[in-house]
Design a protein around this ligand. Sequence first.
Ligand code: NAD
Ligand code: IPM
Ligand code: MN
Length: 368
Amino acid sequence: MTPPSILILPGDGIGPEVMAEVRRVIDWFGANRSLNFEVIEDLVGGAAYDEHGTPLTDDTMAKAQAVDAVLLGAVGGPKYDDLDFSVKPERGLLRLRKEMDLFSNLRPAQCFDALADFSSLKRDVVAGLDIMIVRELTSGIYFGEPRGIIEEGNERVGINTQRYTTSEIVRVARSAFELARRRDGKVCSMEKANVMESGILWREEVQKLRDEEYPDIELSHMYADAGAMQLVRWPKQFDVIVTDNLFGDLLSDAAAMLTGSLGMLPSASLGAPMENGMPKALYEPVHGSAPDIAGQGKANPIACILSFAMALRYSFDQGEEADRLEKAVENALADGARTGDLMGPDGGTPLSTSGMGDAILKALDETL
Ligand code: NAD
Ligand code: IPM
Ligand code: MN
């Protein structure tokens, strides 16, 4: 049998730094668990622009469509701030999401006990936290038409359009209900039905799907602004949150801080099943290219490593190995492994990116 294939797109800034640690983890699974992958690597974002004048070539796009899973580091950075909008690094990532039709973006926020005192919130509020934000990823205001910057009399006008069809709402809501069935059976849907028609449709369709096909799920609705407040007031009230593209972007960065650092949050972007029954998928940390610490070996690789754990679970049907990797991360943290983002100013000497990689590989060895 040919091994499953992975396309690695390290990208920009800290992307290549954190991805180097993921490659060590992939090699560990090959050497110790007979889990072998065919790994190919390519460019995305600013790195692809520098080489090809585009943030994603058609060739790379075709590779992404052909593999079993894509792993991406991060894209963007100040070097590319003045580029034309159409070739900005972020456009490469958005094209991947859109053309692979990765409509369901899973962003879990889990607080490891060892970090409960490090969150900016009180230990009580975050200890034991395990929530899943499901962000719609291929529609909404990120992609709606009309869009652009136009002249209107003496004014320039920037235009973006929030637009959702029933099928776009239903398919992401379905993925949230399915996830909730395997968790605590609760979904909270967030929109702004009080001010946006797209929010009214969102609420109606999510409720209808629940009533017709998921009566076992406890569904609630919240306005997204109130949801943001509740997320920091008492996050443990939530199990699965389902929301649109833009609200999901904001809420998941906020949720990251419940876990201690943005450097902790992984994500899986899933589409429709492929021929082998597994979903089209791209895995990436929630964080960006972190230009302020790039090139210094300071980045926390955990978000990217946990994204690979999600790949093991959702693309390679290796739930037990995913558990093993997540446990190793938890154990390394419990042993005191900390990159700089996980310490206060007086916390001592932080581990480097590869130092954290070492700690996680050691913890993996100890699971054998
Ligand atoms: P960012 O997530 O890159 O950084 C925000 C802050 O978090 C910074 O202080 C950074 O040092 C810190 N941080 C992020 N990841 C970390 C890690 N793994 N370890 C330690 N600290 C970490 O967000 P930003 O500064 O707003 O954006 C920078 C660039 O990244 C922009 O070009 C943006 O468009 C891009 N971006 C890309 C992605 C992606 O590729 N998926 C996601 C978000 C932002
Ligand atoms: C994210 C990022 C992206 C987004 C950018 C880089 C396109 O912020 O993945 O959260 O806005 O979706
Ligand atoms: Mn974001």
